[in-house]
Design a protein around this ligand. Structure first.
Ligand code: N0T
Length: 534
């Protein structure tokens, strides 16, 4: 064949999502990819100099991917004149450091505000109108009802995607894009700009009504309840269909935010179809729309976002509150693929990376403000994340082949959830926080350092454990008359995809054959096989 090596290299597929069994995988250069990520603070990547000290730290933390903003105000400082010097440097440095990039488009909206729009947009409210509250006061939020706003954002985003395609289309350093950031309405739930008021008086678009009717049985209960309260009406104005109130204001705004975002995504994917997701600042329970960033891709609005923005690949939660399982369960509905673009960088992230990648087979995990203060030495809690990223990276081949087949699990244990039961084929595992054993010095302390693990059934009787602070005991639930023992347990590591035994574990290390475990400060990979006896 006459295809040169360079051409066949560039023939590798563009990063995309693919189903394997019941999981969705991110495919990068034709291989499954798990994002072991971290997101930069908002202003770190605003100069090459400010980014300089960060690279080494990202490597120390064993990241394979950086989530980094692209700022509209910096790439288009003058209307129609684009500057990609900063981005190009980021892409090249990322490549040199063997890191992939997820780019965050700080365009029309960033955390319920429009702080990152260029000054020529900010200063021309006549042309680029803002959201108004019910007293007619303007807020620094571009109204989603203005076509000028949309066109200006769209032009910039298209130029960005074109540039990424040209600069990186053969390398695939950039693997996903997040259009906008934490879209939301705060502190007014509804936009009262005349353009918005006009739309509010119109009927609910047929597209949304059709979607709701077609999916009536599958709608998320929080949304269905609102619609049902008003009699499941299938046409009429927003207030006729959903009733009067802040919840209707929020649904109305969510639809138009979703529609605006869809046009951004479509225009970008037409040029270079990378996977695209939108992120959400979670709502606090018992608050009304307008008291939290409303109308974004929140759990109770998933249907509105799916209907209004069909081209988005994922709705993704940002975590600054506790109860990660509660919120992830909500986001795992409606066939939504889970990806965690932000989690506060606290002492729970190492366990939660294991939990979300194992339990939800998520595309990946990414603490926010990953660089912290670059001049400070690493803190131990952060090294735990580095160790966890290292072991997840090691077990990647085993993860990849077992995805989507109910053979992978993830656990997160702490003082509130001390123990869980998991089923793998014939076996039930009792999975406990090792502080339950009382053998570790910290186990008597008030706060339990969280523990986490990924457990993979690699063969009928062969399993891998990757994590820390977890112990496992076993029961054959298919044949309850049988006892289940440990045939073999090894602590080891993968090198070039091959398993290497570092130690054979037995005696005290398996509690004389009673359990598999590693203590809370011991981030390890173990392979073990089980057997049954009468
Ligand atoms: C996040 C980040 C950044 C105790 C906050 C979270 C990032 C944005 N917003 O540092 O600004 O760009 O996506 C908002 C939730 C805060 C709730 C704190 C409650």
């Amino acid at each position: 064949s006459s295809i040169s090596e360079e051409e066949s290299e560039s023939a590798k597929s563009i990063p995309h999502l693919k189903k394997q069994g019941n999981a969705t995988e991110l495919i990068v250069d034709d291989q499954p990819y798990t994002i072991l990520g971290g997101e930069l603070s908002n202003s770190t990547f605003t100069s090459i100099e400010s980014m300089e000290p960060v690279w080494e730290r990202l490597k120390t933390l064993n990241l394979n991917t950086v989530l980094a903003p692209v700022y509209w105000e910096l790439i288009e400082p003058t209307e129609g004149e684009f500057d990609f010097k900063l981005l190009d440097d980021l892409i090249i440095k990322a490549r040199n450091n063997d890191l992939k990039l997820v780019l965050l488009w700080f365009g029309s909206w960033k955390n319920s505000m429009s702080s990152h729009v260029p000054s020529w947009v900010k200063k021309n409210q006549e042309k680029y109108p803002r959201v108004k509250d019910d007293s007619g006061k303007s807020h620094e939020i571009l109204t989603p009802f203005s076509n000028n706003n949309l066109q200006a954002d769209l032009t910039a985003f298209k130029t960005l995607m074109q540039h990424i395609k040209e600069f990186d289309g053969n390398n695939h350093t950039v693997i996903m894009v997040q259009p906008e950031n934490e879209i939301g309405m705060l502190p007014t739930a509804r936009d009262y700009h005349p353009l918005a008021n006009e739309k509010f008086k119109e009927d609910v678009p047929k597209e949304l009504m059709d979607y709701l009717q077609k999916n009536e049985r599958e709608l998320v209960p929080e949304f269905y309840t609102i619609w049902n309260k008003n009699g499941l009406k299938i046409n009429g104005t927003w207030e006729e269909v959903f009733g009067k109130g802040l919840h209707t204001d929020e649904i109305f705004m969510a639809w138009y935010f979703a529609q605006y975002t869809k046009q951004i995504i479509d225009s970008g994917k037409e040029i270079y179809p990378l996977p695209m997701f939108v992120n959400a600042a979670l709502n606090r329970p018992n608050k009304n729309p307008g008291e939290y960033p409303s109308a974004g891709p929140l759990p109770h609005l998933m249907d509105v976002w799916k209907a209004g923005c069909s081209s988005v690949d994922m709705l993704s939660p940002d975590f600054y509150f506790p109860n990660i399982k509660y919120w992830c369960d909500l986001y795992a509905r409606q066939n939504n693929t889970l990806f965690i673009p932000e989690h506060r960088f606290d002492n729970t992230v190492a366990a939660k990376a294991l939990f979300t990648i194992g339990h939800y087979e998520s595309l990946g995990f990414s603490p926010f403000s990953i660089e912290q203060i670059p001049s400070k030495p690493l803190q131990p809690k952060e090294e735990k994340l580095a160790k966890v990223y290292d072991i997840i990276n090691q077990i990647k081949p085993i993860l990849d082949i077992n995805k989507g087949q109910n053979k992978i699990e993830g656990v997160l244990l702490d003082k509130d959830v001390k123990e869980v039961l998991l089923v793998f084929g014939d076996y039930e595992f009792k999975v406990s926080h090792t502080f339950n054993l009382g053998w570790e010095p910290n186990s008597s302390s008030e706060n339990w350092e969280p523990s986490g693990a990924i457990i993979i059934q690699n063969d009928e009787n062969e399993f891998f454990y990757a994590g820390f602070g977890v112990s496992l005991t076993f029961k054959n639930i298919k044949n309850p008359n049988l006892n289940t023992g440990i045939l073999k347990a090894e602590k080891g590591y993968f090198k070039n995809g091959n398993w290497n035994v570092y130690q054979h574990l037995n005696g005290d290390q398996t509690h004389q054959g009673r359990h598999i475990r590693s203590f809370n400060d011991d981030v390890t990979i173990q392979r073990f096989t089980l057997y049954d006896y009468e």
